[in-house]
Design a protein around this ligand. Structure first.
Ligand code: 48F
Length: 277
């Protein structure tokens, strides 16, 4: 019988599993989660949304040595990747974003000159594990519901967060604030963080116009072009940039999301690391 190192069996050959006390499990979870949260109350970069743009940005930011926290409302990363195209389990990625996907470990199948496809679950897991291995922290079940700001001149210095379960229950529970040197809205089509900023910080003069109808190529190009700093401390990437700047949607092609995530990471790195020497 194959026996793994450290695996003990009783006389009947049954695997002996370590006994655990319920309170030990509880203590471990609370202690370790709180230890991490205490270190996350003030960080370098907060990314709202763990879709393709957010996960890509997180990988490059963490690789550059910035303390990067990704807050995702749902209980799984991936955003719109999981739905593929109308639930068909494939996404399409075009050059030059295939290089980014490969760098993250995605296996791509070439289906045309410079056009590639990949399985949705593979893209989600590889983007998420790249971000984690680079050192980013992804926390699920947390909704970014507002911003922390200073003025004048207006400057974003953090986010206001709440458990998604609390938001959805409708209970009145005060949220908490987490500070960061840069906040990136990667919340997708709704551009939720920028929308809150436009409603609650009028001096920013922001207006979220909403995306236009589909035009895949133009949309990919413009999403990357419009990715960038919105005001001091606040950045936008992915479909949130399309919503803010009223550029077209592109459907289930993801090259622009990866390029947008990389671009916003480069801008933040430039601002936080290079310009400060
Ligand atoms: O929607 P999503 O995938 O955004 P993206 O990175 O990519 C867009 C594409 O998936 C696709 C497309 C082009 O290929 O059209 O739609 O721009 O990921 C956004 C993530 O943000 C989370 C949401 O659950 C999703 O996983 N999210 C949205 N609002 C919040 C949030 C919020 N307020 N706080 C935390 N997470």
């Amino acid at each position: 019988m194959m026996r793994k190192a450290g695996e003990e069996r009783d006389r009947m050959g049954k695997i002996k599993i370590r006994e655990v006390d319920e309170s030990e499990i509880t203590r471990t979870i609370i202690k370790k989660a709180l230890e991490e949260w205490l270190n996350l109350t003030e960080t370098d970069v907060i990314i709202a949304g763990a879709g393709p743009s957010g996960l890509t940005a997180a990988t490059y930011l963490a690789k550059a040595g910035l303390r990067t926290l990704v807050l995702e409302r749902r209980l799984s990363p991936g955003g719109g990747i999981g739905g593929g195209g109308m639930l068909f389990h494939k996404v399409v990625i075009q050059s030059p974003a295939d290089e980014i996907a490969r760098e993250m470990g995605c296996r791509l199948e070439e289906v045309g000159d410079g056009l590639y496809t990949a399985d949705t679950v593979e893209v989600i897991t590889k983007l998420a594990s790249s971000a984690i291995e680079a050192g980013a922290k992804i926390i699920l079940g947390v909704t970014v519901e507002d911003l922390i700001y200073r003025s004048p001149p207006p400057k974003i210095v953090g986010v206001v967060i709440q458990w998604t379960a609390v938001v959805e229950s409708g209970l009145h529970v005060d949220p908490i604030g987490v500070k960061a040197k840069a906040v990136i809205d990667c919340t997708g089509h709704q551009a939720e963080v920028i929308t809150v900023a436009s409603e609650k910080i009028p001096e920013l003069n922001l207006f979220v116009q909403g995306e236009k109808s589909m035009w895949a190529s133009k949309a990919e190009e413009l999403t990357v072009e419009k990715t960038g700093e919105v005001c001091e401390g606040l950045y936008v990437a992915g479909m949130a940039a399309a919503s803010l700047h009223q550029t077209p949607r592109m459907g289930p092609i993801f090259g622009g999301m990866l390029l947008s995530g990389r671009k916003v990471a480069e801008l933040v790195i430039e601002k936080l690391l290079r310009r400060q020497g």
